[in-house]
Design a protein around this ligand. Structure first.
Ligand SMILES: [Zn+2]
Length: 366
């Protein structure tokens, strides 16, 4: 299969569900901002349902859910809620649904505890000295930190972390959940978030991929002040290798964009894209550059403070993988900035400065 194929031309209307394969229903919740929507899924068990991802913690998402509870579940309860990862568009209604049905939340351990830790943290390291040091070293002016703090205070309702259920059931890589007549295997990826759970059913040939594999947009893979020396792009690329064994006739049910076929093509394209971005960075870093200096290499548009945060996070993620591969060296200069310089002797042989992917418009906010 050389191109992606999309079996559905549009999303289900909010408040309704669409059966995609036997026992698997797809629903969509509208979201504010450029992302516009999230896809959620229902899995039919013997006498009840499982919910996979839950939507933002905003009033209209809750009211669409209440409509689904009364009109789409055939009078049967929810047995369990699975959140693929900790981001608020996935976890936002997990407390409401698990409270309503007194049913457990299922997540991987790292995702659950990170969600708990980030709830009500009011920006956490982004507004502390950790954030100040992080963005100063990345090349940003002091005024940026004030803008970022203001942005953090003024974020739209529901975009922050929700209150989480006070307990959970742990999902591990390789676990098998028997739901209805089918077995679903938990496949854990990383990079976009620490321990992201996907669900794969070989019999149905379906992969519920969350934000780990999206067909159109590229999930944000960022280094953030909370772990300034993290190497999430390494984890992301290794996860892509792991998912490359997924059969190509698998229907992928992502959290954003439309369901699609062609998982291997998509993974290979994503791997090539990141490799291309890294080579473009190496070519630029023949003269020492800060993370901020690299933004025009990666992004075409002017960025607002929040986009800047995501864009710097992505640039640093690429730099850290290059450091890990011994292709870039980092040093802290007297002005308090990190500068990165290319050190691989074979760079002139690999370089192709006029044949790179065009810069993305801006960083992905997913
Ligand atoms: Zn996410």
């Amino acid at each position: 299969m050389s191109q992606l194929a999309y079996p559905y031309p549009d999303h289900p209307t909010p408040g309704t569900t669409r059966e995609v394969v036997d026992g698997v229903r797809w629903l969509t919740m509208p979201m504010p901002g450029s992302l516009s929507h999230i896809n959620l899924y229902l899995l039919e068990d013997q006498d009840d349902w499982w919910v996979v991802d839950t939507g933002l913690c905003i009033a209209n998402t809750e009211s669409w859910w209440r409509q689904i509870f009364t009109e789409e579940l055939g009078g049967r309860p929810v047995k369990g809620v699975i959140c693929t990862h900790m981001h608020p568009d996935h976890t936002g209604q997990s407390k409401m649904i698990t409270d309503q049905y007194r049913c457990p939340l299922h997540m991987t351990r790292a995702e659950y505890y990170q969600a708990r830790a980030f709830s009500n943290s009011h920006g956490g390291p982004h507004t502390s000295w950790l954030g100040e040091d992080f963005y100063h070293r990345a090349g940003m002016p002091r005024s940026y930190l004030k803008e970022l703090a203001k942005m953090w205070r003024g974020r739209g309702r529901g975009m922050g972390m929700p209150e989480m259920p006070s307990g959970y059931h742990r999902l591990r890589d390789g676990d098998v959940l028997t739901i209805g007549r089918h077995d679903w295997r938990v496949v854990v990826g990383s990079g976009h978030s620490p321990e992201h759970a996907c669900l794969y059913c070989a019999a149905l040939k379906v992969l519920i991929s969350g934000d780990q594999i999206l067909p159109v947009i590229t999930s944000n893979v960022s280094v953030m002040p909370v772990e300034p020396d993290a190497n999430p792009l390494k984890a992301w690329m290794e996860s892509h290798d792991k998912f490359l064994s997924t059969p190509d006739d698998t229907l992928v049910l992502p959290a954003h964009n439309l369901p699609f076929y062609g998982v291997r093509k998509r993974l290979r394209d994503l791997i090539s894209h990141h490799e291309d971005r890294m080579l473009a960075i190496e070519e630029h870093c023949v003269a020492p550059a800060s993370a901020r200096d690299l933004l025009p290499v990666l992004f075409a548009k002017d960025l607002d403070p929040r986009q800047m945060m995501m864009a710097l996070g992505e640039a640093i993620a690429h730099l850290h993988l290059l450091m890990h591969r011994n292709r870039i060296e980092r040093s802290l200069h007297e002005d308090g900035r990190y500068r990165f310089v290319s050190i691989a002797p074979d760079l002139p042989r690999r370089a192709h400065p006029n044949a790179h992917d065009a810069p993305d418009d801006g960083p992905m906010m997913v």
